[in-house]
Structure formats: C-alpha cells, structure tokens
Write a protein that binds this ligand. Sequence first.
Ligand code: F6P
Length: 548
Amino acid sequence: MLKNYSPTQTEAWKKLQDHFAAVQPKHLRDMFAQDPERFQKFTFQVNDTLYDLSKNRITSETLSLLTQLAKEMDVPAAIESMFSGERINVTEDRAVLHTALRNFTDEALSIDGEDGSKEVRAVQQQMKVFCNKLHSGEWTGYTGKRMTSIVNIGIGGSDLGPKMVVEALKKYQKPDLEVHFISNVDGTDAAEVLRKLDPETTLFIIASKTFTTKETITNAETARGWFLNKAVDREHIKKHFVALSTNIDAVTKFGIAQENAFRFWDWVGGRFSMWSAIGLSVACALGYDKFEEVLRGAESMDKHFRKAPLEENVPVLMALLSIWYTNFFGCQTHAILPYDQYLRLLPEYLQQLLMESNGKSADRNGNRVTYQTQPVVWGAAGTNSQHSFFQLIHQGTVLIPCDFIAPAKSHNEVGNHHALLLSNFFAQTEALMKGKTADEVREELNQKGMAGEELENLLPHKVFEGNKPTTSIMMKQLTPFELGSLVAMYEHKTFVQGVIWNIYSFDQWGVELGKQLAGTIEGELLQGKSSDHDSSTNGLMDFYRNNK
Ligand code: F6P
C-alpha cells in the first residue's frame, strides 16, 4: 500500500529547503560555463528518445536530494504496489492496472487472486478481428457498402487520448477511412461532424467507461436518431454502432448488440484508458498492428520505470523536477510545447492526465495539504506559440518550467521546414536559459549606432533575465512506439508526483459537484420545474429563458 506521510516531514524536504536557498541565485548560464559535462550529466535516453534535463535549475546535489525524497516517500514500493495490482485507488477501492494492457510478457495479471490476462488478450483479439474486417471490407453497413467514416463518441479519457494519438500518428493512417470525434454536449459538435457523413457508410464507436456520462449518452442518442432517420429499422443498429465500456448491461439497453461491445475493467482509469478497448478508434485508424506498436512502446517505458534506479529513472526524475519547481520555486504552471504539428493535441491530453489526477487538496488522511499540489498544465505547438505567449515566458514576472518536445526527423520533409522548426526549438531553449544581459544589449545597440539617453531608455526593455528552466525531449522520429513510450512516461510521472504529494491520483471526485448541479438545473430548464438558486444563477437562467 502507499505510504501515508507528509513529504514535508521527510529529512530530504528540510534539506531541499536549505539547498533551494543555495541554488535559487545561481544562473544556468554560469552553470553551463562552469561544467562542460553538464549535458551528458543530466541527459537520459529511453529507447530512441533523449530526455535532456540539463537546462533545469538543478545541480547534482539537487537530484540526489530529490531522489532521497522519493526514497523517503517509498516511491519504489509504490511502483511495485501499482504493477502488482494492489488496490491503490483507495477512495474507489480499485486496483490501477493500465500497465497490464500493454504487458506482452507471460507475467500473470492478478486481480483479486484471479489471472485477468486471458480476458485482456480476448478483448485485444476481438479488436484485431474487428479492425481486419473493417479494413478488408468484410464489415459492411446495412445497405452492403463498406465503411468510410468512423465517429468516436466519448469525452474526457474516452476522447482525448484516442483523438491525440490518431492526430499524432496521422501519417500512418489507413487510406479510405476517415476518423471523427464528437465529445462536447454542445449540439454544434455533433451537427458539424454529422453534416458531412452518410449513414450508410458511417460506423459509430460509443466510448464510455461507465456508459452513464450524460454528454456521451446524449451524443450517442443524437447519432442513433440521425442514423435511424435514414436506416429506419433498429435491426440495422448492430452494423453501425459498437461500444467500448465496462458497463455491458447499459450498452445492451442502449440497443447495441452484445457481440459489438468491447469490454474493459474498473481497474483501468478513464484518463489511463487509451491502451484498452478505448483505443479502438486508434486501431481502426492505423490498423491493429500499429496500435500494438503504441502498446509496445508504453511497455518498454513501464519496464524502464519499474527497473531503473531512481537516479536514472526518467518518469521519476520528471516528477521530482515538477516537485522542485512547484514546492520550492513556487511555480504554479507548467507548459507543454510540442515542436511537431502532429503533437498539437498533446497539451490538452496531458491537462486531463495531470490535472484530473493530481488536482487534489486532501491528503491520504483526508486532511488539507499544507503544500501546493498539481500546477496548471497548458501549452500549444511551436512555432505558433512563440507568436502568442512566449513573450511572457521570456520576460514576464512568473517562472514557467517548460517541456519542449520534437522529433529529429520529420514525417514531412518539405524543403528546409524541419531545420527551420528545430532552429526555433534550439534557439528558444537556449535563449530561455541564457537570456541577454544589459551589457550584451548595450553592445548590440551601440553597434546599431544608438547611444546616450535613447539607448538607456530602450535598454531595460531589451534585457532578458534568462535562467528559465526547460526540459528538452527529442526523439529520432514520432513513431507509434516512441509515442507510446512518451505517453507512458507522462503517466508514470503523474503517479510519482501523487505518491510524493501524499494524495490519491486515481479518483476524480471534484468532477461530481458540477455534474450533480447540472442534472438539477437541466430538469428546471427542460421540464419547467421551479428553481431557487443564488441571484446570479437565477438571473442568468432567466436571461436564457427570455432569449432562447
Ligand atoms: O471527467 C470525469 C470523467 O469521469 C473522466 O475521468 C472520464 O475520462 C470521463 O469523465 C468520461 O467518463 P466515461 O468514460 O465513463 O464516459
């Protein structure tokens, strides 16, 4: 079981506080100048991906104290508890075993004493057969035509992961099969997707772990209505609707044939579920073999995470860096900056993974934590983001640690675009680290012929403090395997942060209050029930009623 202990009580935490006072004034520019080995010292490779931590505000002693913190918080035991299927999701009384979905070894999957690996393999086989039928044209619609469009209907973990992976691996996509996603209960989402499609050649994948999520069920009903409007006979539903869920009863009640239900289990968390049947849209888009490569990439990161010593363990080090910035530097946000257009949905995906997992303020005793937990995660693809919010990262008043992510080789060698893109990646991380001193600015302006008062007035605006921390993640190429490995790295980083913050990372009770209130208000809006809210909510509801 997870240790239940405040990180602030550890020896390491106290030492880190003193150590922070010593490191905080140091400038990265000087640390690089003093140590030509800095890159080698702080760079780690897993498979074909480099994790360069050297542009972070750390010394060897920082890492040693942070790993001491991980040891004092029993991170190695927590890792084993997760992999061995202990019920570490205590508030929901569940095991956390998404790693079992990508375990290709013979290791038994022990769930309450039963070996669950057979069930996992059976669903994977079901997915594979389904994909093959779809791609070969054996699976046809109610008028005998092959499917040309797939629509995944889901939200949160039943949408963000598959959508991100399908986009990231677009280059591997099967021709002649379009993949769409509907998630928002805003009817515009469904209307805009369905407008382009033909019911005779469209297959809907209803993805919902619980099969009770209001948004998803509403969208699924709308899709079913749209389909039956043309197909008329409900018998045809079985050729056009499949479901991914743990709740098979609700699936069949909806009218989806039992043989079209792809199961998963309550030990797979929603935001950790893209490796399960929830990945069906990925397997359909890319082919099952490519989906399996994503799983194998994740498996390789799992092995690294489980076996590598803490000092070289990339997910652990990434988590510790986040704790260093959050709890010692007081950083409140973290930016994810993929320099790859295909990875543009990664920040959105990681927002749910990190913030739904670790956006908690009750510790494992139920007491309010006395330290910060998850910072806000945000970001966007470079270079576009350079022309929107980079100004603040360079010269604003808040310190924002950033992850820069890029492949060395592009899937689209268009002229010299990729060299230009990566020049920006390297230039930005270097500039953020070094900054530009007043002397350097003065020299530059002098050379342009500027002097005196004019120069002195402009000078402070052109100075860059630098010393802004970045982690550079570079892979040889964005392949299914490397993507799987990268996503698994972020999953494990999320888990380790939660272990150290002494919070439960695998529940999401905070989402419930909004759902409950929306349910009540929905009745008031649709059935005219009387409402009694605060004056603001009443006023807004009246405005809606009077103007709809
Ligand atoms: O946002 C809350 C949440 O429960 C997420 O954790 C989950 O990914 C999402 O809703 C969708 O849930 P379901 O897959 O059960 O429809």
